[in-house]
Design a protein. Structure first.
Lengths: 209, 673
């Protein structure tokens, strides 16, 4: 061990942290004495679920980008826009702010999430305690920002509910809306399945039971 | 050794954990997601339609991914690509067609762009202003060999669906005012449109396709006739100005109307050819049926001028209408010594039916028939018909004593029929002479003098003097009564026998006079009868005829003179009437009566000087009774009326003689010559 390492993990101390309230208990304790939550051991088995949700989210992300998100019917005719198409159109109308928001929320964040989760899941088990703080921040950011990806879905849902003026104008969600919502939901589940305690666990072979 | 039973150290190795027991059920989620996504992708791919390519001249309003392809107003495809043909002359539009429809799109399919159109008939497809241009296609329900490349139509077809009506072909000499899309009217109702106006390839006419919508196409039979109602027709004739305009659309685009004028036709199939007549009258009057689209034509060459012969003039075959003149032109010929001279070239069309041949006789047979007739003396010549011979026709008739000639069967474009000099129109000449004589008759004067005569009679009858006549006669009778009374009072019969005799004689002479009056009355009656028998009716009839002629004459220059002559006559008439009024016929009559009264007074005076009553008073009384009896038991008033009537009759008799004189020589009467 390098002298710079001054972090003592719960695992090193033979303790198990409560995932709900954060109180640590000696290893082997069945339930948290403070909040009553069941104490689980830190295990890489949970990574399977992370990867499964992650994959499902990725699969649904493909049609979400290929199929149209919005179907707009106005007096002038029909129009269908994919996410990227919508961004391009907004740019063409010089709505740079809205285009930026949509681009960021619907494209940058989901893609970044995929990479972030994959990175976190892959980095589990490596000896990098000293650098684990950025990992924790990354995880927190991913978990916090994940819900904002739904902004596009919300916009579609609200527009579909509001703009139903018959022949004059009507907006319907496209197939991509459902795919996108599922994709975001699955990536959120993936992020939630990730046990942040793994970040601090260190090399898997060290004290794997 | 220890007794402690120490169990052997259990060497437990963890049971091999099969990989699948370690797998989480969450892995089902991505598997399911993959299955769904792949399923959707496969369905999308398998439902993808067939891509066809349509070439258009331009792609106005076509947007890839938006513009639909419609069949019977239902979307069956969507434009995917818009590109150019390899030579850049047209736009090639790729359309993804629904795979259920694609098998029907075969070689017969047609495509066109639907845009809002503003035409003389109104604005159509306004809906496309909002929905945008779209491509419409039509194909039939029988799948054949599929095609992938099509040439789009330049404009929407008039009737994409042939099952919704009947296509017929109209052939005309010229297009007149017709334009593409012009309406076809049946009794003023638009029942179809025309399309594809084109020049005939082999001759000078034009052909146009006409589409009659169902169910109106059932009005079409083989005897239906079509005519052009383009523009405005203005005609000026004796009945006034007639302005005929069917519809605004037909004013701009022209129009065609049809009607079935005779029964007996059979229903027609698509593509049935019809002749398009230039006007309604022509359609109704033409002797050529529809089934004779191309009647046999012949050329006539005339040496003399044929001014007045027009296109459409009738051709008579031995007095029967058998065709019409279709063309007039000049043909310059060169004779044997090289002198050039012009001939009038007339082209006629003949109806074989009217020549006594079958309806569908071949042209060659008709020519052969005519050639035979020509050898036996048949010639074409110009003839005038009508009252004045001013309407020229072509006559095919046997002309006696003509040099033998044969038809030139090889002449181009039509065989040449030999001609004869125009017939001298005796009838026309004599008719003209008759007309001139009729014109010279003083009809107007005669009529006016008759009117004046009647007016004069009326004036005499109505004048105060005439009304005074009965009173004066009454006075005369009173005096007679006074005389008789005097005679009664005299009572000197014996000494006045001779005088009574004289009186008797006088009375007898009076009686005689009265009897003579009967004769006079007879003659008056006769005169009145003569007046009554005056052929006024005939005159009326003649006047009618003359008026007809005059109406016919209106176009001639002589017509201008007519009002002047009429005016002259009227002036004369007025003058004559004035004379008559100045002459004072009534005063003269009155004077006569006054004279008669004077005579009676003289008789009364004489009676005073007569000897007293004689024994012949009885006779006198008897005679007087006879006198009274001759008037019957009528009242004095009636007798007065009778007398006055007789006076009137006498006056009438005088006018009767006047009338006879007019009859004999009206002009002398009126003009005093």
């Amino acid at each position: 061990m390098t002298p710079t390492v001054s972090v003592l993990t719960a695992r090193d101390a033979g303790l198990t942290g409560c995932t709900r309230c954060g109180r640590v208990w000696p290893e082997g304790t069945q339930a948290c004495g403070r909040c009553g939550a069941r104490l689980r051991r830190v295990s890489t088995a949970g990574l399977q679920r992370v990867w499964a949700w992650w994959l499902a989210g990725l699969i649904f992300y493909i049609p979400a980008n290929l199929y149209p998100m919005l179907r707009t019917a106005t007096l002038g005719g029909h129009q269908q826009n994919t996410i990227l198409g919508g961004v391009v159109e907004l740019l063409a109308h010089h709505n740079y702010l809205v285009a930026g928001v949509v681009f960021f929320a619907s494209l940058v964040i989901p893609v970044a999430k995929f990479f972030a989760i994959a990175y976190l899941a892959l980095s589990v088990g490596h000896e990098r305690r000293a650098g684990s703080h950025p990992h924790l921040h990354l995880y927190e950011v991913v978990e916090f920002i994940g819900r904002w990806s739904m902004i596009d879905v919300f916009v579609v849902a609200i527009l579909s509910a509001l703009v139903q003026l018959g022949a004059v104008a009507s907006i319907h969600p496209g197939p991509a809306a459902a795919s996108f919502a599922l994709s975001v939901a699955f990536t959120m589940l993936s992020a939630q399945s990730f046990d942040p305690r793994l970040i601090w666990r260190g090399p898997a072979q060290a004290k794997d039971p | 050794m220890t007794d402690d039973p120490h169990p052997a150290e259990l060497k437990a190795t963890p049971a091999p954990n099969p990989i699948w027991t370690q797998l989480s059920v969450v892995w089902l989620v991505p598997l399911l997601a993959l299955a769904i996504t792949l399923g959707v992708a496969w369905k999308t791919y398998s439902d993808r339609g067939v891509l066809i390519e349509i070439d258009f001249a331009d792609a106005t309003g076509i947007h890839p991914g938006e513009t639909p392809l419609k069949f019977r107003e239902v979307d069956v495809g969507k434009v995917e690509t818009v590109g150019f043909s390899p030579d850049l002359t047209s736009v090639r539009i790729g359309v993804r067609v629904d795979k259920h429809v694609a098998p029907y799109i075969d070689a017969e399919a047609s495509f066109w762009l639907v845009r809002p159109q503003v035409s003389a008939q109104g604005i159509s497809r306004l809906d496309t202003v909002l929905s945008g241009t779209f491509i419409e296609g039509y194909w039939d329900a029988t799948p054949q060999a599929e095609m992938r490349n099509f040439q789009g139509l330049a404009k929407p077809p008039v009737a994409p669906d042939p099952s919704k009506g009947t296509w017929v072909e109209l052939r005309a000499e010229d297009a007149g005012g017709l334009a593409e899309g012009a309406p076809i009217l049946f009794r003023g109702v638009t029942v179809g449109r025309i399309q594809n106006l084109r020049l005939n390839e082999n001759d000078a006419g034009v052909t146009v396709d006409a589409f009659i919508e169902a169910p109106h196409d059932r009005r079409l039979t083989t005897t239906t006739r079509f005519w052009d109602t383009s523009g405005i027709s203005v005609s000026l004739d004796a009945t006034g100005v007639t302005l005929d305009m069917r519809s605004l659309a037909s004013l701009v685009q022209g129009g065609i109307e049809f009607d079935t004028l005779s029964t007996g036709g059979t229903f027609v199939q698509n593509g049935f050819p019809y002749r398009l007549y230039p006007s309604s009258d022509a359609a109704k009057a033409s002797i050529f049926g529809n089934d004779l689209i191309d009647p046999p034509h012949y050329t006539l060459l005339f040496d003399q001028a044929i001014k007045g012969l027009e296109r459409g003039a009738k051709v008579q075959f031995r007095g029967v209408e058998a065709g019409e003149v279709t063309d007039l032109s000049i043909k310059v010929q060169t004779d044997s010594v090289g002198t050039r001279y012009a001939q009038q070239q007339v082209v006629i069309a003949l109806s074989p039916e009217r020549l006594g041949l079958a309806r569908d006789t071949d042209k060659e047979v008709v020519t052969e028939f005519l050639a035979g007739e020509v050898e036996s003396g048949l010639r074409a010549r110009i003839a005038g018909v009508g009252l004045l011979g001013s309407t020229l026709i072509v006559e095919l008739t046997d002309v006696p004593d003509v040099p033998a000639k044969v038809m030139n069967l090889t002449a181009d474009p039509y065989p040449i029929l030999p001609t004869a000099p125009a017939a001298t129109n005796d009838l026309a000449a004599s008719a003209e002479g008759v007309f001139k004589r009729i014109d010279a008759l003083p009809i107007e004067q005669l009529l006016n003098s008759a009117i004046r005569t009647l007016d004069g009679i009326s004036a005499v009858a109505e004048s105060e003097d005439t009304r005074a006549v009965p009173g004066e006669l009454n006075g005369l009778l009173s005096q007679l009564r006074t005389l008789v009374d005097g005679l009664n009072a005299g009572d000197a019969a014996t000494k006045t026998i001779a005088a009574i005799d004289g009186v008797t004689e006088a009375a007898s002479s009076v009686l005689y006079e009265i009897e003579g009056l009967g004769d006079t009355l007879k003659s008056t009656d006769a005169a009145a009868q003569a007046v009554a028998e005056m052929p006024l009716g005939d005159i009326g009839t003649k006047i009618d005829g003359i008026l007809g002629d005059v109406r016919g004459m209106l176009g001639s220059k002589d017509a201008e003179r007519l009002p002047r002559a009429l005016s002259d006559t009227l002036e004369q008439t007025a003058a004559l009437l004035g004379e008559l009024r100045e002459g004072g016929a009534a005063e003269k009559l009155n004077g006569t009566l006054v004279a008669a009264q004077d005579a009676a007074t003289a008789i009364a005076d004489a009676s005073d000087r007569l000897p007293a009553l004689t024994r012949k008073l009885e006779e006198l009384v008897t005679t007087a009774e006879g006198l009274v009896a001759s008037y019957g038991d009528r009242s004095a008033f009636n007798a007065e009326i009778l007398n006055s009537m007789r006076e009137l009759r006498r006056a009438t008799a005088a006018f009767g003689s006047l009338a006879r004189m007019i009859e004999r020589n009206p002009r002398a009467f009126i003009l005093g010559r």
